[in-house]
Ligand binder design. Structure first.
Ligand code: NAP
Length: 346
C-alpha cells in the first residue's frame, strides 16, 4: 500500500486531515496527484448522514483534476505528467449490456463509485478526491483538454456531466426551450451548456437575486419559483426542464411548465417523489431522471466544453477551508462551485 494525505469524515459534516492508504498500482492503473476537487452537494448529503461510528470510512470528492504521477505497465493512454480528470465512477463490470453500450454509469452489477464504492478486486471502500493522491483504472480517467482551466474544469466531471447527459439524450439543440430549476453547481453548468447548444434557456429559481447571474450565464429569463403568477405565466412552455433542486420539493408546479410531449428530468433530489398522474396526462408529459454518464458521453462532454469555452464559475479555497466550503454550500452561499486546492496537503 502507499500513503497520501486527505480529509476523512469523523462525524456529521466534520472532517479531519489524516493519512490515507491507496492501493499499489495494478497493471492498468494510474496514480494521480489531485490538484483540484469540486465540492458537490452530494458530498454534503453524504457528510450530513455520516455516523461517527460507521464501519466504512468516508472521504468525499468525486470531481477532480490533477496530473499523472505514475502508470501501471499496461497503461498506454497516459504518461507521467499528463493532465487528467476523474469523475464519480472509477470502474464497472465491462461486460453487461449497459457497459457494452457505453453506459457504465448504469452497469448491471453497479458501477464502482469514486468514494463510498466497493473496489471490485479487493472489496475495500473507495476513498474520494479530498486528498492529494488517487489511484484509478486508466479507462476511468480522462485527458483534460488543453484550454480548460484545471480548477474550473474539475466540476465538469460530476456537475457538468450529470446535466450534459439529459440535454444530450433529450436532443436539446437550436430551437429547444429549456428551463433549469435551481441555479447552483449543476444548474449554472446546465445553463451554459443549454445556451451553447442553441436552446432558449430560462432559469427557475427561488432566489430573485440570481437574475443578473442568470443573464450573464446566457439565460434569456429567470422565473421566480415562489411567485405563482410567474410560474403560471410559464405554463406549458419548456421542452425540457432540468431539475437540479437539492431538496425535496413539490414537482407539480415544475411539471406544469413542461410543454406538450416535453420532459422534466429530475436530477437533484433523488428520494421518493409524489406525482399526480393528471400532471403528466394533460400534455402527455414525461418524468425522467439521470445520473452521471458513461465513458463516451463523459469524453464527449469534455470536448464540447473545451470547444465552447465552458467551465464552472468557481471559488477556489485551500483544502484547509473545507468546512467553510461545506457550511456556505449548505446555506446557498456559493457562486457557483467551491473547488478545493489540495496543494496544502503536501
Ligand atoms: P447546489 O450547488 O447547492 O445547488 C442546488 C440549488 O437548488 C440551489 O442553488 C438552489 O437554487 C436550489 N435549492 C436548494 N434548496 C432548495 C429548496 N429547499 N427549495 C428550492 N430550491 C432549492 O447543489 P448541486 O451541487 O448543484 O447539487 C444539486 C443536487 O443534485 C443535490 O441534491 C445533489 O446531491 C444532486 N446531484 C445529483 C447527481 C445525479 O447523478 N443525478 C449528481 C450530482 C449531484 P436557487 O437558489 O436558484 O433556487
Amino acid at each position: 500500500m502507499r500513503t497520501t494525505t486527505g480529509w476523512r469524515a469523523t462525524g456529521p459534516a466534520e472532517l479531519r486531515r489524516t493519512t490515507l492508504q491507496r492501493r499499489d498500482l495494478r497493471p492498468d492503473d494510474i496514480a494521480v496527484r489531485v490538484d483540484h476537487c469540486g465540492v458537490c452537494h452530494t458530498d454534503l448529503h453524504a457528510l450530513r448522514g455520516y455516523d461517527r461510528h460507521a464501519k466504512t470510512p468516508l472521504v468525499p470528492g468525486h470531481e477532480f483534476t490533477g496530473v499523472v504521477t505514475e502508470t501501471g505497465p499496461q497503461v498506454t493512454a497516459f504518461s507521467v505528467g499528463d493532465p487528467v480528470a476523474v469523475g464519480n465512477i472509477v470502474d464497472s463490470c465491462g461486460a453487461c449490456a449497459m457497459c457494452e453500450a457505453g453506459q457504465e454509469n448504469f452497469c448491471h452489477s453497479f458501477p464502482t463509485l469514486t468514494y463510498g464504492g466497493t473496489d471490485r478486486q479487493d472489496g475495500s471502500t473507495t476513498l474520494g478526491g479530498y486528498c492529494r493522491e488517487y489511484v484509478v483504472r486508466d479507462a476511468f480517467a480522462y485527458p483534460l483538454p488543453p484550454g480548460l482551466d484545471p480548477a474550473a474544469a474539475a466540476p465538469l466531471l460530476c456537475a457538468g456531466v450529470t446535466v450534459w447527459e439529459p440535454l444530450r439524450s433529450l436532443g436539446v439543440g437550436p430551437g429547444s426551450r429549456v428551463a433549469v430549476a435551481g441555479l447552483g453547481g449543476l444548474g449554472h453548468l446546465a445553463v451554459k451548456m443549454a445556451v451553447a447548444l442553441g436552446a432558449t434557456t430560462t432559469v427557475i429559481s427561488r432566489t430573485p437575486g440570481k437574475r443578473e447571474d442568470a443573464q450573464r450565464l446566457g439565460a434569456h429569463d429567470l422565473v421566480v419559483s415562489t411567485d405563482t403568477r410567474q410560474m403560471d405565466a410559464a405554463r406549458d412552455t419548456f421542452d425540457v426542464v432540468v431539475d437540479t433542486v437539492s431538496a425535496s420539493h413539490d414537482l407539480a408546479p415544475y411539471l406544469r411548465t413542461v410543454a406538450m410531449d416535453g420532459t422534466l428530468s429530475l436530477l437533484g433530489y433523488l428520494g421518493p417523489v409524489t406525482v399526480e398522474a393528471m400532471d403528466l396526462l394533460v400534455g402527455r408529459k414525461r418524468l425522467s431522471s439521470s445520473g452521471s454518464a458513461g465513458r463516451p458521453a463523459t469524453a464527449g462532454m469534455l470536448r464540447f466544453c473545451a470547444d465552447n469555452g465552458i467551465a464552472a464559475d468557481v471559488e477556489v479555497l485551500p483544502s484547509s477551508q473545507v468546512h467553510t466550503a461545506l457550511e456556505r454550500l449548505g446555506r446557498n452561499d456559493v457562486r457557483y462551485r467551491f473547488v478545493l486546492d489540495l496543494s496544502d496537503l503536501e
